[in-house]
Design a protein around this ligand. Structure first.
Ligand code: PLP
Length: 382
């Protein structure tokens, strides 16, 4: 039997699956587990999204309003709303492609470049960037980011890459670009001929002085693809809907992506897309704002607890994650292992986000407030 040899590069379980398994095992043993590890959500969908999806199901169930396959690039009504949301940045619906989420896009977009390309991944980073590229047979170079720079990546002078992944606000560090630092990357990409895959899955968490869209940076439309998701701020991790922007100014890529979709994709569920449209309603926007504040307040509670324990943390206010330093003498995995075995608290080891993450751990602020308070109560006892 013939199988894809690239799988042999993937020795370990995908880290988040591994964490889930450990937590489940603990629960099976009857132990209380507070899971602050995996970045999934626990709060339900907003009523406005539910209503739109129910409406959509009903329309599909009626002969007169039934529709079949949606366009591969996404419903025009959703793309128009996204385009309007970009406002003065001037992104047209023809530059927007709806997907089933950002994870698919960060890997699938590699089809635009062919195999064997050189890719730069600043770390710590969302693991899917490196894994998708290793699987595609690309050469991945990691650029470690440092606590001393607030984990903001700095362009490596004198080196050339075909593709650069940037993520802001960043998972796991929470750091976000301001205009000045992101301009350095855009200028670097333009001068070296690289394409930036800009992951804005957490763009709704960006603070006022930070960049929300890469296209706020001059000339980014000549070198950057933006990836976004309805997952984290609109509660769509289970529904699945996201999008990417491939500007027409970015050479052939816009046309090539359309071509690629025509033989690889039959579009995102109409129901999901109709639900996603509710994000742009007044009610949707207000709900998103409120929930982001809720997550950010969770993060602040976590930070106070870390401060009490004299543990360093990245003081970004733009993220549903807190990235913290392990106590002296502990590696990331040793500390997280101790946290789950001794306290029943699941954390994510920093090294699972690449070499730049060793010596750190990530705490998710997505769980409900009572879980966050429970974790604080447990650690307060020690
Ligand atoms: N990008 C980053 C940085 C993420 O952290 C995640 C999910 O955790 C994703 C993309 C995937 O998001 P989606 O649910 O849209 O696939």
């Amino acid at each position: 039997m013939k199988y894809n040899r690239e799988f042999s590069n993937f020795k370990n379980d995908y880290i988040f699956a591994k964490l889930k398994k450990t937590a489940e095992e603990m629960k099976r043993q009857g132990k209380e587990v507070v899971d602050l590890g995996v970045g999934d959500l626990s709060l339900p969908l907003f009523p406005v999204a539910v209503e739109e999806m129910i409406k959509s199901v009903k329309e599909l169930g009626e002969k007169r309003s039934f529709t079949g396959y949606p366009p591969a690039e996404g419903l025009l009504s959703l793309r128009e709303k996204i385009s309007l949301d970009y406002g003065d940045l001037g992104i047209s619906p023809s530059e927007i492609f709806i997907s089933d989420g950002a994870k698919s896009d960060v890997g699938n977009l590699l089809d635009l470049f062919g195999t064997g390309i050189s890719v730069l991944v600043p770390t710590p980073a969302y693991p899917a960037y490196a894994e998708a590229n290793l699987f595609a047979g690309n050469k991945v170079t990691f650029l470690p980011c440092f606590k001393e720079d607030d984990f903001i990546p700095i362009p490596p002078v004198g080196k050339i890459f075909d593709v650069i992944y940037l993520c802001s606000p960043n998972n796991p560090t929470g750091s976000a670009f301001d205009k000045r630092t992101l301009s350095r990357w855009i200028n670097y990409a333009l001068s070296t001929g690289a394409v930036v895959l800009y992951d804005g899955a957490y763009c709704d968490f960006a603070s006022e002085n930070e960049v929300k869209s890469v296209y706020e940076i001059k000339n980014a439309e000549y070198c950057a693809v933006e990836i976004r998701s309805f997952s984290k701020s609109f509660g769509f991790t289970g529904v699945r809907c996201g999008y990417c922007v491939i500007p027409e100014t970015l050479g052939e890529y816009n046309r090539l992506w359309k071509r690629r979709l025509s033989f690889r994709f039959n579009g995102v569920s109409v129901i999901s897309q109709k639900g996603a449209e509710a994000y742009f309603s007044e009610e949707g926007r207000a709900a998103v704002k409120k929930r982001i504040n809720y997550y950010k307040n969770n993060a602040e509670i976590i930070k106070i607890a870390l401060k009490k324990k004299n543990l360093w943390y990245n003081n970004s206010c733009s993220s549903p994650y807190v990235f913290a330093k392990t106590p002296e003498g502990f590696s990331s995995e040793e500390f997280c292992d101790r946290a789950i075995k001794k306290f029943g608290i699941v954390l994510t080891p920093g090294n699972s986000f690449g070499e730049g993450g060793e010596g750190f751990f990530r705490i998710s602020a997505f769980p409900e407030r009572d879980k966050i308070l429970k974790a604080v109560e447990i650690t307060d006892k020690y």
